[in-house]
Design a protein around this ligand. Structure first.
Ligand code: SF4
Length: 737
């Protein structure tokens, strides 16, 4: 755990104390060797995870090109502000270091590096159909097809390069559990992760109306090494501060005018205090990375993950009741965003959801959505040759180690019962569950950006999309890895998923039901997460559900309900809904606010204000310990959290621009005042004053993608008819349910 908070450190400075280093002059770049292309073929080692990264990397390399928005956006003209903004966005996407250079002549390659996996993917893009209800997917596919049909334009007019550096974690040990697939894969892992961010940022710059292209270790027009030196991320010997040569690179080139960084002075002349001394070891510069915490796997096995899940109490059943035999399966069409799209909730909602307008209204999320849509094509596929016998415990360790090695924040394994599947798919066809095993995965939405946000301002939707995209890419790799080994597997993303994730998260021990409703709260990340799942028929051992005292805590805390701008979260008790005991929120109200709010785009205010949304500091340890081990202290802890102002606004961390989609397709000043709300400590929310609605299975729409008007009056009556778990069990015993 870190000692010093990052709360006063502006986002563009990044997680390492780069600003403390000495700068020098540009060395002779002709003497800096070109980066060797990163290859993704391991035919002699079919179990290597590198093989499963091949298509996802090729997809990102397909997406590196695109057409700039003809309508330029109204953004700050100051090159330094632009550089800070783009670096902040890169750090939001978890880059370890970011620097900007004016592109020197020596950085252009005579022959571009080309990803050999691209032609096969282009064939897939031309022909494959998607089967998803995701709004705007047709448009994404049409744009992609058009862009692969058009030869990339020359980019010699690009003047600046944003260089992204991704650190390697420690090398896996051959004798650690779960290392079978991840040996000798560091370069490919860093290449893939860096390419994700470069692809999004290049698209972002194009969305704003400037030309830009992403360059990865597998497909590039420029020398990544020389640009890293020019941008001040590595010295002339290609050593990066704190990392040496253990890193991967990606670059975004653009014709947008940016302020360049100065090259680094040689490593041997850098200040000891910040390079090796207390400044680095203890993070006295208030950095997110310190010598003691930079690599969470330095003293942990990859299969154990970055958080101490082994310290949690495991239980046989989730801490909330699930009436498994009577869980009602519902069609995918019940999803509120699908209902909005098809007009079930009126014209305004249909317009807001149509073509994914709630995502397009904000430039960063539109930039993320292109890749998110494209990865739908890779989520499923045919398995390889029939596997030999395999060991469930070894598979489990390998799956966890591979997922954590790639960069997921929490992973849990469970059965995937039939009741966790939707009843009908996106087109209304019945689903016959093909898999009975699930790998649930969590991506942290990022503490620092959440700290700067109100939860429902102009970064909210990009916070969700960033996490969804991370899962989409890494879940795709894991599903492909399983298929490469001869088992069937499908990744279920926000764009195309056939399982309900909350019950799988509960079964796999990744969290407990929280007052927020369908949000499963994790003890180390709080509710600040997005999840995804890979289902499979690969035999795996399972994790058990966890009990960290959250039920008592949420009973004593009402903060998310009080802070919810739409009043969708119940201030009352847990009730039975479709066979689950949960604090059932009014998801119609929640979706309506998220889709139609005018002062921002979408909402995650419940995640922002929850006392479990913590930074991960040493000083927070007593709170976490007491919350988990002394359930009686929950009311006091909840009050204390409120009293110290946790969940309020921190303008130091606000790095994004408040710009909204304009009628001409550019982005400019929003029409409505921005949602920069602070805590509402004076509000006394009472359950008896709330009028909530729910739509249980008997009120679900039909499974087909056509309008099915929502009846709110019936929904309100359904809420009032819900009963608690004890009463439900008693009724069941009498045979009345
Ligand atoms: Fe539970 Fe309070 Fe967090 Fe809501 S804000 S999920 S009630 S701990």
């Amino acid at each position: 755990m870190r000692i010093f908070s990052t709360q006063n450190r502006p986002m563009h400075l990044g997680p390492y104390p780069l600003e403390r280093l000495r700068r020098g002059s540009l060395p002779d770049l002709a003497l800096v060797p070109h980066a060797a292309p990163v290859g993704f073929d391991r035919p002699d080692d079919p179990a290597s995870l590198v093989n499963a990264m091949r298509e996802p990397q090729a997809m990102l390399d397909v997406l590196r090109n695109g057409t700039a928005n003809p309508a330029r956006s109204d953004i700050p003209a100051d090159p330094a502000e632009r550089t800070n903004h783009l670096k902040s966005f890169a750090y939001f996407c978890d880059a370890d270091m970011a620097g900007v250079a004016r592109i020197p002549g020596a950085a252009w390659l005579d022959r571009p590096v080309e990803n050999s996996g691209i032609p096969r993917l282009i064939d897939r893009l031309r022909t494959e159909q998607t089967k998803t209800l995701a709004a705007g997917i047709d448009q994404i596919m049409a744009e992609l097809r058009e862009s692969v049909e058009t030869p990339p334009a020359p980019i010699t007019h690009h003047t600046h390069a944003l260089v992204l550096l991704y650190a390697w974690p420690r090398d896996p040990r051959a004798d650690e559990p779960g290392s079978d697939w991840i040996m000798d894969a560091q370069a490919q892992r860093a290449c893939l992760r860096a390419a994700e961010t470069a692809t999004v940022l290049a698209n972002y710059i194009r969305v704003l109306g400037w030309d830009a292209r992403a360059h990865s270790g597998a497909a590039s027009d420029v020398c990544l090494n020389r640009l890293a030196v020019a941008a001040g991320l590595a010295d002339a010997d290609l050593a990066a501060p704190w990392l040496g040569h253990r890193y991967g690179l990606a670059v975004v080139t653009t014709d947008m005018d940016l302020a360049a960084d100065r090259p680094l002075a040689p490593m041997r002349g850098q200040p000891w205090y910040w390079m090796q001394g207390p400044g680095w070891q203890f993070g006295t510069g208030h950095t997110a990375k310190t010598g003691r915490t930079a690599d969470p796997y330095a003293k942990r096995d990859f299969a154990a993950g970055p958080h101490p899940f082994e310290t949690l109490k495991r239980v046989d059943s989730p801490t909330t009741y699930i009436d498994e035999p009577n869980v009602a399966r519902v069609p995918k069409r019940t999803d509120m965003f699908a209902r909005a799209q098809f007009g079930d909730m009126g014209d305004k909602m249909q317009k807001g959801a149509g073509g994914g307008l709630y995502v397009r209204r904000q430039a960063p999320s539109l930039a993320q959505r292109r890749a998110l849509g494209a990865f739908v094509l890779l989520q499923d596929g045919a398995p390889g040759p029939t596997p030999a016998q395999s060991d469930p415990a070894r598979n489990a360790a390998n799956l966890k180690a591979a997922s954590y090695f790639l960069g997921l924040d929490a992973v849990g394994l469970s059965r995937c019962p039939d009741w966790a599947w939707y009843s009908h798919d996106a087109l209304g066809d019945p689903i016959d569950p093909p898999h009975d095993q699930a790998i649930s995965m969590i991506v942290d939405q990022g503490y620092e950006t959440m700290e700067g946000a109100s939860g429902d301002d102009w970064i909210s939707v990009a916070q969700s999309m960033r996490a969804y995209l991370r899962f989409s890419i890494l879940g795709t790799v894991i599903a492909q890895q399983i298929r490469n080994l001869g088992f069937s597997a499908k990744s279920h993303s926000v764009m195309d998923g056939e399982v309900l994730q909350p019950p799988l998260l509960l079964l796999s021990g990744l969290g407990e039901v929280s007052r927020i409703g369908e949000v499963i709260l994790n003890p180390f990340l709080g509710p600040r997460l997005k999840s995804g799942a890979v289902t499979t028929d690969m035999p795996i051992t399972h994790d058990k559900p966890i009990d960290f005292g959250l039920q008592r805590f949420c009973e004593a805390c009402n903060k998310c309900a009080r802070e919810c701008p739409s009043g969708a979260i119940t201030a009352g008790p847990k009730l039975m809904f479709n066979g689950y005991e949960i604090w059932k929120s009014d998801s119609q109200r929640c979706a309506t606010y998220r889709i139609t709010t005018e002062g921002g785009s979408m909402c995650g205010r419940c995640m922002k204000t929850c006392p479990w949304n913590l930074e991960g500091l040493f000083a927070e340890a007593p709170f976490r310990w007491a919350a988990m081990n002394l359930p009686g202290t929950a009311p006091l802890l909840a009050k204390l959290d409120d009293a110290v102002g946790n969940g309020g606004l921190n303008d130091t961390k606000k790095w994004w621009w408040d710009i909204e989609l304009q009628p001409d397709g550019s982005y400019g000043a929003p029409a409505a005042p921005v949602n920069r709300r602070d805590l509402q400590r004076g509000l006394d929310l009472r359950y008896e004053d709330q009028t909530l609605a729910v739509y249980p299975a008997p009120l679900a729409p039909w499974p087909w993608p056509y309008p099915f008007p929502m009846d709110r009056e019936a929904g309100i009556k359904a809420y009032q008819a819900m009963i608690g778990a004890d009463a439900y069990r008693a009724k069941s015993a009498r045979g009345e349910t």
